[in-house]
Design a protein around this ligand. Structure first.
Ligand code: TRH
Length: 401
């Protein structure tokens, strides 16, 4: 690595939820571990960040975890001790501290804004475009994650697919995972990508991570009357939205941690580490995910999933959803296309109500599984976001000299 490109600063402002810090932490670790970069991650809200960076010490303004130097922002940064790095990543247009901006020199620092992920067609046109600062002699470059070659790609660690396959092929690892979750009531079947779980009489396993606007009542109603037994695993923490009113008429046990009605059992489990959350996605037969980071993890899990986009004004999220479905379902049969389209819109758009879609989805999981696996393999053949980001920064520097 060229020494003029080795020091990277990443700025993370936590707007709400866990997506901003989830993405920043994942990317920081990957840049440090796989690209051997010296990464400083500036975070404005340690309290929320600790839900994702479990070892974060709230009393330290600077600390190293997994080879990433984590710094509190902005308090200790009022000093000018902090010099701009070779590459600075402003995430999701969070803005850079003024004193930092003032010190940036066009010949030394590359300034990149990492944008939110979208499958909309315009993303390919805007990726890698630049915009000069209105008053300072520095230029910001826009880096758009995406599903197409002309975008910045998707975050994916180098060994992710191998680690996932090891888990899926190991009964021992799966048992250990469920045991650590303290869910030992049933013998959980070995989960694999060749559908063995779906051909046994074992419960269908579903993970559920969603915004409160999702039509959960409808989903539960359909699943409690499903022909198969269903287990739902719902990770929550104190910052999770209250979802409990959906449990009226359910029988509860274990202090409200297990809810039961008809063929449906819902396990309310603790919010997991990012590593264990990946395992949950791998272990389930269907995953409900949301926002940005869990969406991508569900894609890498290779299991059927329903994505709920982060809710935005003027239904912008529904446009995002439709753009994704159009791209993702491009190779699907007409029947699969309409099933997944209806399921996603029933989940995310209140006017769109097809409650019977959930039993349809459950009955068609094996074929959806086959399609999902194919798409995961195709996307995993593309270059990952961190690699593209490093190449992008190197090219910018080369073109500058
Ligand atoms: O929390 P989110 O709703 O984040 C959102 C989106 O990123 C959205 O685009 C953004 O604008 C908004 O934040 C501000 O959903 P997301 O993106 O899936 O992030 C959740 C993170 O939490 C992700 O890194 C996975 C992680 N996670 C765990 O580590 N353990 C868990 O048990 C669960 C359920 C999630």
């Amino acid at each position: 690595m060229n020494n003029t490109n080795k020091h990277w600063d990443i700025f993370c402002k936590i707007v709400d939820n866990f997506g901003d810090i989830g993405v920043c932490w994942r990317l920081s670790q990957q840049l440090a571990r796989e690209h051997l970069l010296q990464v400083r991650l500036f975070i404005d809200d340690f309290n929320v960040a600790r839900k994702i960076i479990i070892d974060l010490d709230l009393t330290q303004i600077s600390q190293v975890i997994n080879n990433v130097e984590i710094c509190a922002w902005p308090a200790p940064m009022s000093t000018s001790d902090i010099k701009p790095a070779h590459v600075v990543i402003e995430t999701f247009a969070c803005g850079l501290p003024d004193f930092y901006l003032q010190q940036m020199q066009p010949s030394k620092t590359i300034w990149i804004n990492l944008e939110y992920l979208s499958a909309e067609a315009w993303v390919s046109d805007f990726h890698a475009k630049s915009s000069p600062h209105p008053t300072l002699p520095v230029t910001k470059y826009y880096f758009f994650p995406g599903f197409f070659d002309a975008t910045g790609g998707l975050i994916r660690e180098k060994n992710l697919m191998t680690t996932r396959n090891e888990f899926l092929n190991s009964k021992v690892l799966q048992k250990e995972f469920w045991r650590n979750l303290s869910i030992e009531k049933k013998e959980h079947p070995q989960t694999s990508l060749n559908n063995t779980a779906l051909t046994t009489e074992e419960p269908i396993k579903i993970s559920l991570f969603c915004y409160p606007q999702a039509n959960i009542k409808n989903l539960f109603l359909a699943l409690e009357n499903a022909e198969k037994t269903i287990d739902i695993f719902m990770p929550v923490n104190e910052s999770s939205p209250r979802l409990y009113d959906v449990f009226t008429h359910f029988k509860s046990s274990e202090n409200g941690k297990i809810w039961h009605k008809g063929n449906l059992t819902v396990y309310v489990i603790p919010f997991l580490s990012q590593t264990d959350y990946d395992r949950l996605l791998w272990a389930c037969d269907l995953n409900f995910v949301r926002g940005e980071d869990s969406w991508i993890r569900a894609i890498w899990a290779g299991k059927p999933f329903i994505w709920q986009p982060y809710i935005q004004e003027d239904d912008a999220h529904i446009h995002k959803l439709k753009a994704f479905l159009e791209a993702y379902l491009h190779d699907a049969t007409q029947e699969m296309e309409s099933t997944l389209h209806d399921a996603h819109l029933t989940w995310s758009q209140s006017e769109y109500k097809l409650p019977q879609i959930w039993s349809h989805i459950i009955n068609h999981l094996p074929s959806i599984q086959v399609y999902t696996s194919q798409q995961t393999v195709a996307l995993a053949n593309q270059a990952d976001l961190a690699t593209k980001l490093v190449i992008f920064s190197k090219n910018l520097r080369k073109n500058r000299v």
